[in-house]
Ligand binder design. Sequence first.
Ligand code: MTE
Length: 337
Amino acid sequence: MLIKLPTASACKESDVTPESFYISRRALLGSSIAGLAMSALPRWASAADPSPYAGVEPGSAPAWFNAKLPDTKWQAVTVKGEAITPFKDATHYNNFYEFGTGKGDPAKNAGTLKTEQWSVVIDGEVGKPGRYALEDFMKPYQLEERIYRLRCVEAWSMVIPWIGFPISELLKQVEPTSKARYIRFETLQDPKSMPGQRSGFALIDWPYVEGLRLDEAMNPLAILAVGMYGRELANQNGAPLRLVVPWKYGFKSVKSIVRISLVSEQPKTTWQSIASSEYGFYANVNPTVDHPRWTQAQERRLPSGLFSPNIKQTEMFNGYGEEVASLYSNLDLRKNY
Ligand code: MTE
């Protein structure tokens, strides 16, 4: 994220990707969170036709994921009239510094990530601490497809169909104590499989850490994702478990989570520790508060190119203000960026 952006020119916005590439427009038209009503199980949720999305590389999902997939609430939340980013872009233009700092590095290097024996530690201010094998951790949750905008602090964006479950459901399971005020997430630390963690030049004090206020985590839009594009998460996107908070800059969405702690103090997060004047704890998408080195008023919606930069005006809270603005009614968002 320590990057130099070209100034966003006044180029005409153009949709560079043919509509036919994606699922039908009808499938893209949907509800806001107010319309969390479930659509019927679509035809594509079958083993014979596992993904509705074009160009999706087949994965090798674990048995627990395949068993849950048919019960997924498809399109539980969608975006209106915006094309879904092609799978290829969503999986080949990534930030995952554990696998390198280049946008193509995670796709190249994340094959070394071993997700088979994954476990998640729940600790801190909870009634039910423990270490859970991922398949046991996932048992209580019904999967939902959430089609969300993802806006990176670097001013590029995508629209991604995630599969996951609301964090509020997890909080019901772990029983936070009265002292719990924040939730802290930690990525795997394993230099053997993560070349970025072996690098002597890394700015990051591993493991990568992120956090939310408890009321933010309770918001129905905040999810933990285990899948995307009708299949399991690709390693480079944070397999097997990642956070997705669509009204915040992408760096909040910590990948490959191994530890979830309920805590009483605001956790020290990775990017805040690196450069607190540039990256705050809240990191709400806000077109009126610029990054010190570039504007946040606009974004480049991927796929984009030199002659079709696909520039969009950035929306407050990434377009999710109706659902989340009330969380911040007492907060000066200029100071609490
Ligand atoms: N999580 C970890 N562990 N390491 C990272 O480098 N990068 C963050 C976030 N989660 C990052 C991470 C940033 S800056 C962004 S924009 C998103 O992941 C990118 O998610 P994507 O690659 O799936 O688009």
